[in-house]
Write a protein of this length. Structure first.
Length: 662
């Protein structure tokens, strides 16, 4: 076949171009085979190292198995520092958890599962193992990672600038366009594949991302610069043996729990609550334990973390429903709506307990607060607690009366006159009750109003026994002479009762008090007293011998008295001198009619005895002192008595005589 010149020229150009294409193809093929050999060696080594890494990291919380869809293009994550011209890692880098990012000083290692936290010194290439590895995960082996051996065995990445220029020229000959970034791409836009493989970054050999809708090009490892093999989704990862992975959740007897393939220890959040597992991975029940954070928590019989009131170790404790921590020294509401006190050691409190600046009492059986009760404490002392449960001090109503409690000791005050919290004073008896009425205290007597319980001052009052007493300005009971209500009275020093119808010898003077007890007159000597006073003193004197026997001829206290002897002695004390015999006394008085008789007059009887002699019918043989109201005081056969005048006068004539000038 003959060719014209033009055709010959085209043929020569075709052969020349074909020669360059063949040369370039052979060059890339040789380079690719060297890279594949190195990859094959490192793939095996990386898998072995990955297995060792999984075994050496039992704290891994994630399953190492990944599907092909989740496998990342490791080469695309490599960041190259062009200034240092280090784009690939050494074979030892497969021990790390990902691809090293070579920054100026240090970098973190990224993996598919997260960050290991290790740092690398770019000057030495050593990994700092002192960093926090709490979030680390087992490394996943990247079988497509380029190594230094790849550079040494003809990888295009190790070409010199001159060789790079030659490669660009060859690419131009083959119709491949290379941009300024070193990326080769097909000049056609019809979606046809590039005969030189996928679009790649020449400096790193990393496949360039293309439109996701474009079909993916299968590559021949013998001719590609560097490719990433596909992962079988159904093939388990070779990072960790499958027999080391445990299913998450509780075991059959609910004693252990697996999370992220590992049995857990310590406090764990599970099913909306918390459980604790010991160092052998067994659940902790009914115990108060220290957590991994140093805090202490209570776990109940079901293993769940305890809240609110919980029985343990023979007592009860309370745990905060929000923090789960033990509550100390607090009065809190339980899950049942009742309130309880917990002490400094967290234990539930019983007995008298100090809290919030005061004291409370808690029942030893129910642990409930005691309100409005007077109770015996754990020390044997008794205390009163009010309606709000607080210990009581001061005057307090209880059980229908009032008590007082010392503000310092809180003990009940007995037999004391004390000032109340209101400034008023009250008396409390031997049994602690507030006192009313006449009450002995401090060697005397006081009176307290039965309505107000206040002390009665300067008043003449009826006592609880019906007798009347006078109390002075200081509240004390009065004895002796006392002025009250414009008059002077006399109160017996022994009985404290007011005297009436009497003459009292006070400090050598004689005072006469009438029927109402008022002082009527007084004199230094009895003879200077009024007639009524003298009559009163005579009766008062004779009355001292009531009950004594009759003594014939007797006229003094030492020998005893007969009728006329008693009258003579009594009136003598009153300052009135009378003769010794009754008939003589009759003639010494002024005769009066019985209807005119008054207190202090004399009553005579004639012929009370007959010795057989014939004597004057008016001869007086018996005499007595008239007391008024038909009564007389005399000495007769039955002794010294008070009797009715009529009883004696039925048998004997009766006569009256006035001794005094009334």
């Amino acid at each position: 076949m003959k060719f014209n010149k033009v055709e010959k020229k085209r043929f020569k150009l075709y052969k020349s171009g074909k020669t360059w294409v063949v040369a370039a193809t052979i060059f890339f093929a040789l380079a690719g085979m060297s890279g594949l050999a190195v990859h094959a060696d490192n793939t095996t080594a990386s898998s072995d190292i990955a297995k060792q890494t999984v075994v050496a990291n039992p704290t891994n919380n994630e399953s190492p198995v990944t599907s092909g869809d989740d496998t990342k293009q490791a080469d695309s994550s490599v960041k190259t520092d062009n200034g240092n011209n280090s784009s690939a890692t050494s074979s030892d880098d497969s021990k790390s958890n990902g691809t090293v990012n070579h920054d100026a000083d240090k970098s973190t290692t990224d993996s598919d599962a997260g960050t290991t936290g290790q740092s690398t010194d770019s000057s030495t290439g050593k990994v700092d193992n002192n960093t926090d590895n709490s979030n680390s995960n087992p490394a996943k082996t990247d079988t497509n990672k380029a190594t230094d051996n790849d550079k040494q065995k003809g990888s295009i990445h190790s070409l010199t600038p001159a060789e790079m220029q030659a490669a660009k020229a060859a690419a131009d000959k083959a119709g491949v366009t290379i941009n300024e970034d070193g990326v080769a791409y097909d000049g056609n836009t019809d979606g046809m594949p590039n005969p030189y493989g996928p679009k790649t970054d020449i400096t790193t050999g990393t496949p360039v991302k293309t439109d996701a809708t474009a079909p993916k090009q299968s590559t021949d490892s013998k001719t590609s610069i560097k490719t990433t093999s596909k992962t079988d989704n159904n093939k388990p990862s070779t990072d960790v043996p499958t027999n080391n992975v445990q299913p998450d959740g509780w075991n059959a007897d609910h004693t252990q729990y697996t999370k992220n393939g590992k049995l857990v220890t310590g406090v764990q959040s599970i099913d909306g609550t918390y459980y604790d597992f010991d160092s052998n991975h067994n659940i902790v029940k009914d115990d108060y334990v220290e957590s991994q954070w140093g805090d202490w928590y209570m776990f109940g019989n079901d293993g769940k973390i305890a809240t609110k009131v919980t029985p343990w170790a023979g007592t009860y404790y309370y745990f905060d429903p929000n923090t789960y921590l033990r509550v100390d020294n607090a009065y809190v509401e339980s899950q049942w709506g009742t309130w309880y006190m917990f002490g400094d050691d967290g234990r539930i409190v019983s007995g008298v307990t100090q809290w919030a600046g005061t004291y409370y009492d808690f029942d030893s059986n129910t642990y409930l607060r005691v309100d409005n009760a007077y109770v015996e404490s754990q020390w044997g002392t008794w205390y009163m607690f009010g309606d709000d449960g607080r210990i009581v001090s001061g005057v307090t109503p209880w059980a229908g009366t009032y008590y007082d409690f010392d503000p310092n000791t809180y003990l009940r005050v007995d037999n004391a006159y004390v000032e109340s919290q209101w400034g008023t004073w009250y008396m409390f008896g031997d049994d602690g009750r507030i006192v009313s009425g006449v009450t002995p205290w401090a060697g005397t007597y006081y009176d307290f109003d039965p309505n107000t319980y206040l002390r009665v001052d300067n008043a003449y009052v009826e006592s609880q026994w019906g007798t009347w007493y006078l109390f002075g300005n200081d509240g004390r009971i009065v004895s002796g002479l006392a002025d009250w209500d414009g008059s002077t009275y006399y109160f017996d020093p022994s009985t404290y009762l007011k005297v009436t119808n009497t003459v009292e010898n006070i400090n050598g003077n004689y005072y006469y008090f009438d029927n109402s007890g008022r002082l009527v007159s007084w004199a230094q000597y009895p003879s200077d007293l009024t007639a009524d006073a003298k009559a009163t003193l005579a009766i008062q004197t004779a009355s001292q011998f009531l009950g004594q026997g009759y003594v014939q001829g007797g006229n003094n206290p030492q020998t005893g008295f007969d009728c006329s002897g008693l009258v003579q002695y009594a009136y003598g004390v009153a300052g009135v001198q009378l003769p010794r015999l009754s008939e003589q006394q009759y003639y010494a008085t002024m005769p009066i009619d019985g209807s005119q008789a008054r207190r202090g007059d004399l009553v005579f009887f004639s012929r009370t005895y007959n010795d057989g002699s014939n004597f004057d019918p008016k001869s007086m043989t018996q005499v007595g002192i008239y007391l008024g109201n038909g009564k007389m005081l005399d000495a007769q056969g039955n002794g010294i008595v008070i009797e009715n005048v009529s009883d004696f006068g039925q048998s004997y004539p009766t006569y009256y005589g006035r001794v005094l000038n009334f």
